[in-house]
Design a protein around this ligand. Structure first.
Ligand code: GLN
Length: 539
């Protein structure tokens, strides 16, 4: 295909309408028709990336192969499309300004006053189309964070207007996702907020090409007609997006509404055959008709916002479906766990997952949970900090190293069993400075992880500063805690696994970032199988 086609997705009325899921669903449908698609997100905040944000601010920080710390919507894009994203797929206002200010200092605009228009908008436009120059894509979908009318997203909206004008309507379209609220008192769906948000876009010179209308109830022909008339779009461009049972229903719902066909028509592209989506449908059938059911304790400290552990939760959905198993997650606050109550809190579970995390808060509770899983032979999965606490626990209670700790929480400890990586010792800056992105790992034959992956060479994504201190490795292995996966270049321990336990695995990397609908993660799958066995044994 010649000209790259651009789709912008904006949001109106409120935030949290699911622009990410609509973008991912459209991407899925177009790629199922053979187009090469990628999705990018432009966020209006000033942080250069979300890497320095507390998860309670903005949910999970998702990490790409190339080590970009990104918005969690990129996780949806990868899970739906089964395609990697990169640093270029997530751009913030902060990054745009940073680029422009760097250029200003380098003298690129010598003699000129540097202004929002044209310098900031030009930089945004360049970033909008940057992936188009790779030659890797036919369609680029760009999700604009926030809602239309927000002061901070104005430069993005203006850059979008200019891009549409420059590329022409047949190469660039705007989909506006909006809310149609249902007023119980009068028993009616209301179109007025949508009319206002479309007017807001029109004030900025943008006529949306398609409206995707999120609602609790189905919108009938009358409402579609009204929206079409007042928002200037043909009636077949009013797409209904009714609340779905699972986000994975949305591609099929959008297919039913012919969102993909409308996009192709507007781009003057052939519609072709209807995509089969065979695997997707099989996945949904398994997801909705489980044979098994298990209860997993997810022990973390940001449990009040489930988005903080989004990829882990989705990893359970993918691997759960492939094992025909409904995975119920019980969100447990690590700060509530103490030796006296651990049995009461965790006793009823079929598996215990200890989540990633930073800092001191809640660490002792996680250590207690790891001990409980080890001693009671409950399937255990530790991710990043989850592995580190399992190591500390084993050091203290099996090897008798009473002072075993991580220098992250106890910088003066006499037993720095988890310590800052050598390459991290000189780093003082915070943003983007962790060990980030994909690294290779070699698995030991005969281990459970080797069996799960079915291969000895793997690659997984990382986000951490601290590591297992190899000086202690021999002691650990002598007592049955094995380095089951090691980085072949640096010798860093990436996976530890306990012998003589049904399934006790901790990974320094984040397997959850690579779980996809069409490719459930082998470790999530292995953990779920072990939890099903554990449950069956209890019966
Ligand atoms: N805080 C730990 C480290 O930096 C673990 C990080 C994580 O769980 N992502 O090594």
């Amino acid at each position: 295909m010649g000209q790259v086609k651009y789709v912008f997705v904006t949001g109106g009325v409120t935030s949290s309408l699911g622009k990410g899921i609509i973008s991912a669903s459209l991407g899925k449908l177009l790629s199922a028709r053979g187009l090469r698609v990628t999705i990018q997100k432009f966020d209006p905040y000033i942080n250069i990336d979300p890497g320095t944000l507390n998860p309670y601010e903005h949910g999970e920080c998702y990490v790409t192969e190339d080590g970009a710390e990104t918005d969690l919507d990129l996780g949806h894009y990868e899970r739906f499309l089964a395609e990697n994203t990169s640093q270029k797929n997530n751009v913030t206002t902060g990054r745009i300004y940073n680029n422009v200010i760097t250029k200003e200092r380098e003298g690129e605009y010598l003699g000129k006053t540097v202004q929002v228009i044209p310098h900031i908008t030009d930089e945004i436009k360049r970033s909008f189309i940057a992936l188009g120059y790779t030659g890797n894509y036919d369609v680029i979908i760009t999700e604009i964070g926030g809602s239309v009318g927000d002061i901070e997203s104005l430069p993005f909206i203006e850059a979008m207007r200019q891009t549409k004008w420059e590329l022409g309507h047949e190469n660039c379209i705007v989909i506006h996702l909006t809310l149609i609220p249902y007023l119980k008192a009068v028993g009616e769906l209301k179109t007025k907020p949508t009319q206002h948000s479309v007017k807001k876009l029109l004030e900025s010179g943008i006529q949306p090409d398609i409206l995707v209308c999120r609602s609790e109830r189905a919108i009938n022909t009358e409402i579609r007609k009204k929206l079409a008339l007042f928002c200037n779009v043909p009636i077949n461009s009013v797409i209904s997006s009714i609340d779905a049972k699972t986000i994975y229903d949305v591609p099929l719902l959008m297919r039913k509404e012919k969102l993909d066909e409308r996009v192709l028509e507007l781009f003057n592209l052939p519609i072709g055959e209807e995509p089969g989506l065979v695997y997707w449908k099989e996945f949904l059938t398994k997801l909705k008709n489980p044979v098994h059911e298990i209860k997993i304790a997810l022990v973390g400290k940001y449990i009040d916002l489930h988005d903080a552990y989004k990829s882990i939760a989705e990893g359970f959905i993918h691997a759960g479906a492939s094992n025909e198993c409904k995975v119920n997650i019980n969100w447990v606050s690590s700060e509530d766990i103490e030796s006296e109550n651990v049995a009461e809190i965790l006793g009823e579970h079929d598996g215990i997952l200890i989540a990633p995390g930073f800092g001191e808060r809640g660490v002792e509770g996680k250590i207690t949970a790891a001990k409980y899983a080890r001693e009671n032979k409950i399937p255990f999965f530790g991710i990043c900090l989850g592995l580190q606490v399992a190591i500390i626990e084993f050091g203290r209670n099996v090897l008798g190293l009473k002072n075993a700790a991580s220098t992250e929480t106890d910088p003066q400890t006499k037993e720095p069993i988890i310590d800052l990586m050598e390459e991290q010792k000189k780093i003082t800056k915070k943003g983007g400075t962790m060990r980030l992105g994909a690294y290779p790992c070699t698995l030991k034959e005969g281990t459970k992880v080797f069996e799960a992956y079915g291969s000895s060479e793997i690659s997984e994504r990382h986000r951490h500063r601290y590591e297992f201190n190899n000086e202690y490795l021999e002691k650990f292995e002598n007592k049955g805690m094995l380095a089951a996966g090691v980085n072949p270049d640096s010798n860093l321990v990436e996976i530890m696994e306990l012998k003589n336990h049904p399934w006790y695995v901790g990974t320094q990397f984040h397997p959850e970032y690579k779980s996809r609908v069409v490719e459930p993660h082998p470790l999530f799958s292995g953990f779920i199988k072990a939890a099903i066995n554990h449950k069956n044994k209890k019966k």
